[in-house]
Design a protein around this ligand. Structure first.
Ligand SMILES: C[S@@+](CC[C@H](N)C(=O)[O-])C[C@H]1O[C@@H](n2cnc3c(N)ncnc32)[C@H](O)[C@@H]1O
Length: 541
């Protein structure tokens, strides 16, 4: 957001209501300029609630409601933090110095206009109290305005703090974060080798390749590297990231099934997690929606640890350790389909909880732009498009995420009962080079094409492009053509009969007129060359 981008790439995420307008021309240029400038200011003064609020307003005008929520939340939180510090009796100067404070610039040590060594006059204390009160008043006003701004964006369900947005690829996201590199694919294929070599084989049974379904370089899929027979166990994929709605931190029942949501005793925490990494508070706050939120947070734990290691190794670049570069996140593709229906955005689940989680794990959400709100939403889309689960669990498996869907799959996947791993097995003989496909949703095996495609739209960017759907689509197109041709043939027959009858009348001594049916027949016959030819059922077999 701190680098200007081409206005042509601008796509707002607010759903368009009748009468809404989208900024364009000079207005758009000015808003984009403000966005860039405010983002740069935030990099310098990350604890200035006024700048967070100003950027939230710019994002509202640019129609990015989910991002405005994030900045509004930060402005509100900073005001709250600052007020708490004043209440605790922290002097205004220390407050200003510690927080890069913004309101009394000339008085803040190190700020523009401040002259060191200035003596306070005798009435200094009284003046200080007045200024402190004025400062608190201003903070309270800003906090209330920031709260109000967030609430105006939560129009779908104000009582649940939910609004709407249409997830899209953000225009400021670098090309590097948009496409999966060859280097990443190589790493993934190494993982496939480790998992799928099997007995008697030195090479992987399958690998990730580009151009799946002929869909372009960044449409990936898994392809067989050798012929395999039905019944072969392809590999076991371990759930590396999961969330579940098990009991909360105090066995609270704020989840499904009376607080016994998850049967697995491991799930309250990962075995590898330490006490301070306890995420059960998320279950308390998110209830039945906790599985997704915890899963996303756990995905971020990986990138935080990796970022810390990179920093420890001396890689202190400004954007080093970016979560979108982490291999578990970089490999996932989001779902940004055209004409996508709006999704719900929840202030609590998508903004407040993820930011509180990041703070718990030592990320300064105000100063660390790698974890800006747009990154959290990008991670949400990637995780959502690649996760699997049930009403209790939400899971991400690192290799399963590359398998595309087919309504007639050649691979079956079976999750283990506690969702910690899944097995993938070949269900019909496959040839080397064939794409390996699983069925994402098994509840619709007996449905027709239209019903299947409608249901699959929640997972796919386009209509399902599996072979079964493509064949059925072609079959339906030909059948429709056949119906049209039959109707035309019937009309032709009718006119022919009529022409014969008319001819009979012309030939008879009583009739001598040219009838209108004759010219109609000529028209049909005249168009015959260009009209589609009838196809008969046997042609379709
Ligand atoms: C779990 S990912 C599968 C791997 C993905 N193709 C990739 O490039 O990373 C799911 C995404 O793959 C694409 N996809 C999977 N199966 C598909 C199908 N049958 N038809 C069209 N797109 C499909 C959709 O874009 C979907 O959102």
């Amino acid at each position: 957001m701190d680098d200007p981008f081409d206005p042509a790439a601008y796509r707002p995420t607010a759903p368009l209501e009748p009468g809404d307008s989208i900024p364009s021309g000079d207005d758009l240029k000015q808003l984009l300029h403000d966005l860039t400038q405010q983002t740069r200011d935030l990099a310098r003064w990350p604890y200035d609630p006024e700048t967070w609020f100003a950027r939230a307003e710019t994002l509202v005008s640019l129609r990015f409601p989910e991002l405005a929520l994030g900045d509004g939340w930060k402005a509100e939180r900073l005001c709250g933090n600052l007020l708490a510090r004043v209440d605790k009796g922290v002097g205004k100067w220390r407050l200003g110095f510690a927080k890069g404070f913004w309101m009394m610039g000339s008085e803040v040590p190190g700020a523009r206009g401040h002259s060191d060594g200035e003596e306070e006059d005798e009435d200094g204390e009284e003046e200080e109290d007045e200024e402190k009160e004025a400062l608190c008043e201003r903070l309270r006003d800003l906090r209330d305005t920031a709260t109000l701004l967030q609430h105006t964006l939560l129009d779908v369900s104000p009582e649940h703090l939910e609004g709407r947005f249409v997830p899209r690829s953000y225009p400021w996201m670098s090309a590097y974060h948009r496409f999966r590199s060859d280097e990443l694919l190589e790493k993934v294929n190494d993982e496939f080798s480790q998992h799928t070599c099997g007995r008697g084989h030195s090479v992987a049974a399958c690998r990730v390749e580009r151009n799946a379904f002929g869909g372009g370089a960044d449409v990936l899929g898994v392809f067989a590297t050798r012929d395999m027979e039905a019944g072969t166990l392809l590999f076991v994929d371990y759930t590396e990231v999961f969330g579940c709605i098990g009991p909360g931190s105090d066995d609270s029942s704020a989840n499904l099934f009376g607080g016994k949501g998850c049967a697995d005793p491991l799930h309250p925490n990962l075995e590898s997690e330490m006490a301070w990494q306890d995420l059960r508070w998320i279950r308390d706050r998110c209830g039945k929606d906790a599985a997704d939120v915890i899963m996303r947070c756990r995905l971020l734990i990986g990138s935080i640890r990796w970022g810390c290691r990179a920093e420890a190794a001396g890689e202190k670049t400004r954007r080093g350790g970016h979560p979108l570069d982490h291999t578990r996140i970089a490999r996932l593709t989001p779902s940004h389909r055209v004409n996508r229906k709006p999704s719900l955005v929840s202030l609590e689940h998508d903004v407040a909880v993820p930011n509180d989680f990041l703070l718990q794990f030592g990320i300064d959400v105000f100063a660390d732009e790698r974890y800006d709100t747009w990154v959290l939403f990008e991670v949400r889309e990637r995780a959502g498009n690649n996760s699997w689960g049930d009403p209790i669990h939400s899971c991400l498996s690192p290799l399963f995420a590359f398998f595309n869907h087919s309504c007639a799959p050649n691979v079956d996947w079976a999750p283990h009962k506690d969702a910690t791993f899944m097995t993938l097995e070949i269900v019909r003989n496959v040839k080397a080079g064939e794409q390996m496909l699983v069925m994402y949703d098994s509840f619709m095996t007996d449905e027709g094409l239209a019903a299947r495609r409608k249901r699959m739209r929640r997972w796919l960017n386009s209509d399902c492009m599996c072979e079964k759907c493509e064949l059925e689509e072609e079959h339906e197109r030909l059948e429709a053509e056949l119906v049209k041709m039959r109707a035309r043939a019937e009309a032709f027959q009718l006119l022919l009969d009529q022409k014969k009858a008319d001819q009979h009348r012309v030939d008879s001594p009583l009739g001598s007129r040219e009838t209108s049916s004759m010219s109609a027949i000529d028209e049909v016959v005249g168009n015959w060359d260009t009209a589609p030819k009838p196809i008969f059922p046997e042609d379709l077999e």
